[in-house]
Design a protein around this ligand. Structure first.
Ligand code: GDP
Ligand code: IMO
Ligand code: MG
Length: 428
């Protein structure tokens, strides 16, 4: 079972970090394939808590080689500070590999991200302000700066000048800001070059060789299916492809190599930033999910919007990712509700709709159709097997599985590595 993709099935923050870390001890490589330090993955190992943004969660497993693929956008300052933070805590990061083709987030990308959001006013996306959108825009516009450019000063200078040409017009004439000096940016970037050089590699070649040698490679998604630039709730999305296909383009591995695609699925739903969210709660239940689930952003510290489980979204994630399994997380958070509503379909303009509508207008009008499932009050955080769960929790999981279209192969009952019920092995 050499290649697995692990990705978010909802709007991010499903618990991908924990799931990746759990498998980290059994895999040879963990690869981030898209996104950047907009991600916030919390991993709890024993009494230690780690917040990772750019680095793959496999970095915490000693036998595993962490890889930042070509599809990731890399803020070099963040990379270095995350690495030194881990080193200070005794984590060996020396095996990290960084694609020379990954694009760099520079100071002008973060500036533009923030300025653009301010300019959008109440139409803003609610981005993380980490420069993600502007960096991917430059990549697509073919004026991006790549990691490998750090090692050719003349090319780097030309590229930064070209990139700033139009941006400075925008900044000064439209946004009323000061122009950014190309030379200053070049100097800043060159300052990172030597510190990063040891990690830079032809990661596509290394990963394909590893797969040929039957090594186990795990591709770890950032964000989630509904934040995908193509398949998400556009324009309220991120600027990359967290969906399964993104693993192929973002790591340079063909789809025939991928054996298993695991969707990380929270037992309820959360979202950060703007955009439609049919099951969002504005009452004491929403507040309770936020408090009990600790639903506060790891990256921006924003409160996450909370709502009930949405099976329409889960089915959609199964479809657009070709999911083979789900990892259901945070089931423990639902303990204590007498009845738990689950959204089984939408009502849109008086009609019942079972599948996610492709039309943005329809999705904005979607009202959840709920089915009530009986809750449980027993503490489930010590459960080790499915049979240890109270009958109603078992029935909740089974109902979600039925509605979502792929087997639930693991269940999270707490944030720790060992607070997991494994039903089917991901690695067999
Ligand atoms: P990611 O971005 O998908 O990696 O998810 P985040 O780390 O942003 O958010 C998930 C949060 O839930 C983190 O604080 C995890 O430690 C925590 N978590 C993960 N799985 C579980 C679980 O099964 N139960 C509980 N109570 N917490 C969990
Ligand atoms: P992880 O990997 C949740 C959201 C932002 C915003 C939108 C666009 O921890 O699941 P961006 O900065 O990417 O241009 O912002 O995407 N967003 C996330 N929401 N989890 C994330 O990552 C996210 N990364 C970006 O809140 O709505
Ligand atoms: Mg997160």
């Amino acid at each position: 079972m050499p290649a697995l993709v692990l990705l978010g099935a909802q709007w991010g923050d499903e618990g991908k970090g924990k799931a990746t870390d759990l498998l980290g001890g059994s895999v040879d490589y963990v690869v981030r394939y898209q996104g950047g330090n907009n991600a916030g993955h919390t991993v709890v190992v024993g009494d230690q808590k780690y917040a990772l943004h750019l680095l793959p969660s496999g970095i915490l497993s000693p036998g595993c080689t962490p890889v930042i693929g070509n599809g990731v956008v890399v803020d070099p300052a963040v990379l270095l500070s995350e690495l030194s933070g881990l080193n200070e805590r005794g984590v060996d990061t020396s095996k990290l590999l960084l694609s020379g083709n990954a694009h760099l987030i520079t100071s002008y990308h973060t500036t533009l991200d923030k300025v653009t959001e301010r300019f959008l006013g109440k139409r803003k996306i609610g981005t993380t302000g980490r420069g993600i959108g502007p960096t991917y825009a430059d990549k697509i516009n073919r004026v991006g700066i790549r990691v490998q450019d750090l090692y050719d000063e003349s090319i780097l200078t030309q590229k930064v000048e070209a990139a700033l040409d139009v941006k400075n017009q925008l900044l000064t004439k439209l946004y009323n800001r000061r122009a950014i000096e190309a030379q200053q940016v070049v100097e800043e970037l060159l300052g990172y070059a030597d510190q990063i050089k040891g990690y830079v590699a032809d990661t596509t070649l290394i990963l394909n060789k590893a797969l040929d040698d039957d090594k186990v490679v795990l591709f770890e998604g950032g964000q989630g299916t509904l934040l995908d630039i193509d398949h998400g709730t556009y324009p309220f999305v991120t600027s990359s492809n967290p969906t399964a296909g993104g693993a192929c383009t973002g790591a340079g591995v063909g789809p025939t190599k991928i054996n298993r695609v695991i969707g990380i699925l929270k037992a309820y739903t959360t979202r950060v930033g703007a955009g439609p969210f049919p099951t969002e709660l504005f009452d004491k239940d929403g507040e309770a999910l936020r408090t009990i689930g600790g639903e506060r952003g790891v990256t921006t510290g924003r409160d996450r919007r909370c709502g009930w489980f949405d099976a329409v979204i889960a089915r959609y994630a199964t479809r657009v990712n070709g999911l083979t399994d789900f990892f259901l997380t945070k089931l423990d958070v639902l303990t204590g509700w007498e009845q738990i509503p689950v959204c089984v379909a939408y009502e849109i303009d008086g009609k019942r709709v079972e599948e996610l509508p492709y039309s943005q207008t329809d999705f904005h009008h979607a009202k959840p159709v709920y089915e009530m499932l009986p809750g449980w009050s027993e503490d489930i955080t010590k459960a080790k097997t499915f049979a240890d769960l109270p009958k109603n929790a078992q029935a909740y999981v089974k109902a979600l599985e039925e509605m979502s279209g792929a087997p639930i192969s693991a269940i999270g009952v707490g944030p720790g590595r060992d607070e997991t019920i494994e039903i089917n092995s991901f690695l067999s």
